[in-house]
Ligand binder design. Structure first.
Ligand code: PLP
Length: 428
């Protein structure tokens, strides 16, 4: 099938609001950090299917595990059957998630894991209100959009959304909502949470949800002490903390889970994306007490805990642990960030470089007033594609380049990425 015919068929038969004028590659094969299109052109993938294929495309062990399971059975549903491989995965997650987390509910997507966390926190506390962060992103279902702190960009036309959600300021140092400088700011953004609880809620807050690093919002990295201050406030008010690890989990940030960078333990954790290196499965893992609050009939997902995806996830976790993938992500991320910071010295368009591990954002600005360089970011992304390198774009106004390659990316491939970026910045 040729490109033009495929594009016409996409227009005629797919509902998609996301394919843009950059005409993304029509993928024929993908392996490691390389994507090959139907014409045989090879691209260096620095976005990993939105931070999913952390072990690279078509990882052998993960695929072997999935195939072994396919040969046994593909689906029965956890509704009426015991599925040993899903139980094994739940036990594994209890072993690798922070202290106290033990019981898991499986779904298929990140949004589904978050819907589960919301229901569990409401059911276990008897309270209904929720607090999320400005600039956050938690998914595209009506419930998760309600928690997404980017109203203008994400939440319009299809409401009404949940009304019991309040938003606390994002720990966005480059664009501090209090116009302060870190560390003299005394962490106003974290401390403001108390005002949100006192004045924006009626005191019936079940949970506070946050991404350890805000991904879609522009790879916003909270300062080291942010979550410790937040957690103290939450404990004082008996509010559950949901860590949304959908994008930060599975070694992406240089630790197995993003929240481990902050030494804080959540009561609920949501996972998807990198959990099975591309096979669809998500998890909401929580304490025994919270998990046990569900009563018969409270929640179910037909495909949740699918045996093939569960087997792939077990293979993924094994690969990450056996090959020190988190450490490798931290090391390569440090190299990449250091070189991007050096690049920033000569490139006025780069306003900020930030991230942890291989979750890196480059925020582009038009001038000293930090006017977001949205068109320029789009141009860089397009030019990078012409150079056979695929990167992401995000941020609350779309001016952040997102670098989230497979964690097995080589130094040589990192060089290609950096050379491409250098050239693009000089020409945009
Ligand atoms: N939470 C975070 C932090 C995400 O980045 C995303 C997706 O990008 C989601 C939730 C939603 O995940 P999904 O698209 O699998 O529903």
């Amino acid at each position: 099938m040729d490109d033009k015919r495929l594009e016409k068929d996409i227009e005629d038969f797919l509902i998609t609001s996301m394919l843009d004028e950059l005409s993304p590659p029509a993928v024929s094969e993908a392996e490691g950090s390389t994507i090959t299109d139907i014409d045989g052109r090879e691209y260096l993938d620095c976005f990993s299917g939105i931070s999913v294929t952390n072990l690279g495309h078509s990882n052998e062990k993960v695929n072997e595990r999935a195939i072994e399971q396919i040969k046994k059975y593909v689906h029965v549903c956890t509704y009426k059957y015991q599925v040993p491989v899903a139980v094994k995965l739940a036990k594994k997650l209890a072993g690798i998630t922070p202290e106290g987390l033990q019981k898991t509910f499986f779904g298929n997507s990140g949004a589904e894991a978050i819907e589960t966390a919301v229901k569990l926190s409401r059911k276990s506390t008897g309270k209904h209100e929720l607090i999320a962060l400005m600039c956050s992103f938690h998914g595209r279902t009506l419930g998760t959009l309600s928690l997404t702190g980017q109203a203008a960009r994400r939440r319009y036309d299809m409401g009404p959304y949940l009304s019991s959600v309040s938003f606390s300021p994002a720990p966005y140092c480059y664009r501090c909502p209090f116009d302060k400088e870190y560390p003299e700011c005394d962490m106003s953004c974290a401390r403001f949470l108390e005002h949100v609880i006192d004045y924006s809620s009626s005191g019936e807050v079940a949970a506070f949800i946050a991404e350890p690093i805000l991904g879609e919002g522009g790879i916003i990295v909270p300062p080291d002490e942010y979550f410790t201050i937040v957690k103290d406030i939450l404990e004082d008010r008996e509010i559950k903390f949901i860590a949304d690890e959908v994008q930060t989990g599975f070694a992406r940030t240089g630790e197995f889970f993003g929240i481990e960078n902050y030494d804080v333990e959540p009561q609920l954790m949501t996972m998807a994306k990198g959990i099975a290196n591309g096979y669809p499965i998500s998890a909401c893992t929580t304490t025994k007490a919270v998990g046990d609050s569900f009563e018969p009939g409270d929640h179910l997902s037909t495909f949740g805990g699918n045996p093939v995806s569960a087997a792939a996830s077990l293979g993924t976790i094994e690969e990450i642990l056996e090959n020190d993938i988190a450490e490798r992500s931290a090391e390569k991320g440090d190299i990449l960030q250091k070189r991007l910071r050096e690049m920033k010295e000569d490139q006025e368009i780069i306003g900020d470089v930030r991230g942890k591990g291989l979750m890196i954002g480059i925020e582009l600005v038009k001038n000293d007033d930090k006017e977001p360089a949205v068109e320029e970011a789009t141009k860089v992304k397009k030019k990078m594609k012409e150079k056979d390198v695929l990167i992401g774009q995000g941020g609350v106004s779309g001016s952040v380049l997102r670098i989230q390659p497979p964690l097995i990316i080589t130094e040589e491939q990192i060089d290609s990425l950096l050379n491409g970026l250098q050239d693009c910045f000089e020409n945009v």
